[in-house]
Design a protein around this ligand. Structure first.
Ligand code: CA
Length: 254
């Protein structure tokens, strides 16, 4: 039985979150949130989100913030429905809202955002995901990527047209083939990933942390409390040049 049930619906977890503008960009277009906000007594459901906006004239910044505001509002508004359905609906509503703000613009200049969410409901975890932000699980000394990057380069790698090494160095590795808010409709990856185990840690991050290896993510998230881990991850991204905004959310199940 999941830990969560044993404790009369108390979710025994600690969370941290941190976002850094980096050293080059003039604006932080990333956004994140842990919901419900400011929960002192552990609620039965939790939702964690990171989003990485793109598009000039503050459009990317607005897109990521709108997604992070819309998704929990929709998710928590329909508690009777299955969590997978609520996550999908929340992402579709966020897509419609971001798209609705910019539909007059040309597709190439329309702002959009990645969005990666981790939800806890009924003692089980779910991911929902669009774009190239990532969710990782750290369990028993290993780190596993739970999401698939929606990038052109990842598609080419999956099709066997690029090796993993070529994909990592590819000049177009940042080109997304799915982002929230760019088109009227969108495919959302929603997956049930089972119950959390005791001492599991989950990391949600934007691609500003892509200069860190998985071994480094594993070491930092495993060895520090969640908030310190998030701050250390973004600081290390800055030590590597800080060319992008960097954001991390860590959830540690006790
Ligand atoms: Ca980014």
């Amino acid at each position: 039985m999941p830990l969560w049930f044993k404790k009369k619906h108390r979710t025994l977890l600690r969370t941290g979150g941190h976002s850094d503008i980096g050293l080059v960009r003039s604006e932080n277009q990333d956004a994140y949130g842990c919901f419900p906000e400011g929960a002192s007594d552990a609620p039965p459901e939790r939702l964690f989100i990171v989003a990485d906006g793109m598009g000039g004239h503050t459009g990317g910044r607005q897109a990521s913030r709108l997604a992070v505001a819309t998704i929990p509002a929709v998710f928590f508004a329909h508690p009777g429905l299955p969590p997978e359905d609520r996550l999908r609906r929340a992402f579709l509503d966020a897509n419609a809202r971001v798209y609705g703000q910019s539909r007059a613009l040309d597709e190439r200049t329309r702002p959009g955002t990645t969005c990666t969410a981790l939800a806890l409901s009924g003692g089980l975890l779910y991911t929902a995901h669009v774009g190239d932000s990532r969710a990782y699980r750290i369990r028993e000394g290993r780190i596993d990527l739970l999401t698939t990057d929606h990038t052109l380069v990842e598609q080419l790698r999956r099709d066997g047209l690029l090796t993993p090494e070529e994909a990592q160095r590819h000049p177009r590795r940042n080109v997304l083939n799915r982002a929230l808010g760019v088109h009227e409709t969108i495919d959302v990856d929603v997956d049930g990933i089972g119950p959390p185990a005791s001492d599991d840690r989950y990391l949600l991050c934007t691609d500003g942390l892509a200069t860190l290896s998985e071994d480094e993510l594993l070491e930092i998230v495993s060895s520090l409390p969640p908030q310190e881990a998030c701050e250390r991850l973004t600081a290390l991204a800055n030590e590597r040049g800080g060319r992008d905004n960097a954001t991390a959310v860590v959830v540690h199940f006790l």
